[in-house]
Design a protein. Structure first.
Length: 397
């Protein structure tokens, strides 16, 4: 007859044991051997974000001539960015764009991200970051080509050092880490900046990218534009962490919290993170607190999940208005300077309008280009089928 099994340890007691403590020695002698000494791998203190979002506007910070010009350039780009968002949104209503995810209200994050990078660096945008690409120097029409449905990306990523606009959430983050890690192995002085929304931080790619970047000390800056919603899902239903920036501690990298509508503050925090990465300090996670004023896209009805009072409260914290008010108070911006910025934005919008209203000349074979390094048998078969259909249509005319 089998002897009865010894009574199991209480469930709570088993959970309290470490793997080292669950040893035969404990079972046979009833004693608990002392575990090996333990200490944290990294002091968490320096990695923790500030208790409040970092701000510069409204402070008494003295500006040297270079800082004055920087703030004015930020303002000019914010004005242009706001007009760009307005024009692109209008193009969707005219049927010239299939969809447009507006970044109205988030322009400070987009502009500051582009300006914090050197020409040799790489930008990895999400689908909402067309303005960041434009502010980095990309032609506005090329930035909208994918959203128009005309071509694969609309621009050469290598030429502009801007990765393709990423519609799948957070998939660009591991790509940014891979490029940055490869650049470091090659000895290239390159930093990658990866942009993602708060919704993207709920994806597995976010975890994988941050973990790998921290372990490999890859020169990457992760910018989370926390605009409060992942489409209709509020942040409170995505994470219980004190902030997204606090998540950085779990990966072993610094977390920074910044007012995402304070353009000079965002630029300073991102510039410091880029400098740290370039000089071997590893990655940084920056959370910018901002707000999406417009709907998720032109296909979304935001009134179904957020009250108008909330939107209006954030309109009072508009990044364009905040910076203009500050510059005027410091007597750095005149009526003439504001008018010049507005005129330049109108000129850009008019050019964008005219070019987007022209019907594109499309080559059907481009559907199969750049899918693989070389065409697969399936692609060749599909291309032949398309050519046959087009030929049949021409013969029928």
């Amino acid at each position: 007859m089998l002897s009865p099994a010894p009574p199991a340890a209480p469930y709570q007691e088993v959970l309290a044991m470490s793997v080292l403590e669950q040893t035969p020695d404990r079972e046979t002698t009833g004693t608990r051997p002392a575990p090996p000494p333990w200490q944290p791998r990294t002091d968490p203190g320096p990695l923790l974000p500030d208790p409040e979002p970092y701000r510069l506007l409204g402070s008494r910070t003295r500006l040297d001539p270079a800082a004055k010009e920087l703030w004015l350039e930020l303002y000019r780009r914010l004005v242009l960015g706001r007009r760009y968002n307005q024009q692109a949104t209008a193009l969707t209503k005219q049927g010239r764009l299939a969809v447009y995810p507006s970044s109205t209200g988030q322009e400070a994050c987009q502009v500051a991200a582009a300006m914090a990078l050197e020409e040799r660096d790489w930008l990895f945008p999400s689908y909402r970051d067309t303005l960041a690409a434009v502010s980095r120097g990309l032609d506005p029409v090329q930035a909208l080509t994918l959203l128009r449905g005309d071509w694969h990306t609309g621009y050469d990523p290598r030429e502009h050092r801007i990765a393709p606009l990423s519609t799948p959430l957070a998939t660009q983050l591991p790509h940014a880490v891979g490029l940055a890690h490869a650049a470091r192995l090659l000895g290239d002085d390159v930093v990658a900046m990866a942009l993602v929304g708060d919704g993207g931080t709920s994806e597995g790619d976010f975890h994988e990218a941050l973990n790998f970047a921290a372990v490999q000390q890859a020169p990457v800056v992760f910018l989370v534009q926390n605009n409060g919603f992942a489409i209709s899902v509020p942040l409170a239903k995505q994470t219980a962490a004190p902030s997204i920036a606090h998540k950085a501690v779990g990966y072993g990298m610094p977390g920074r919290l910044v007012d995402g509508n304070d353009a000079p503050a965002v630029h300073q925090v991102l510039s410091e993170a880029v400098h740290r990465a370039r000089n071997g300090g590893g990655p940084t996670l920056v959370e910018a607190i901002t707000y999406r004023i417009d709907a998720h896209t032109n296909a979304d009805d935001a009134t179904r999940y957020r009250p108008g009072e909330e939107v209006e409260a954030w309109r009072a914290h508009d990044p364009v208005v905040l910076l203009e008010r500050e510059l005027r108070q410091r007597r750095q911006l005149t009526d003439r300077g504001a008018r010049q910025a507005a005129d330049a934005a109108e000129e850009m919008a008019a050019g964008l309008r005219a070019r987007m209203n022209a019907d594109p000349q499309l080559a059907p074979d481009d559907l199969f280009a750049h899918v693989y390094a070389g065409p697969t048998p399936q692609l060749r078969e599909q291309a032949a089928l398309l050519r046959a259909e087009l030929t049949a249509e021409e013969d029928a005319v």
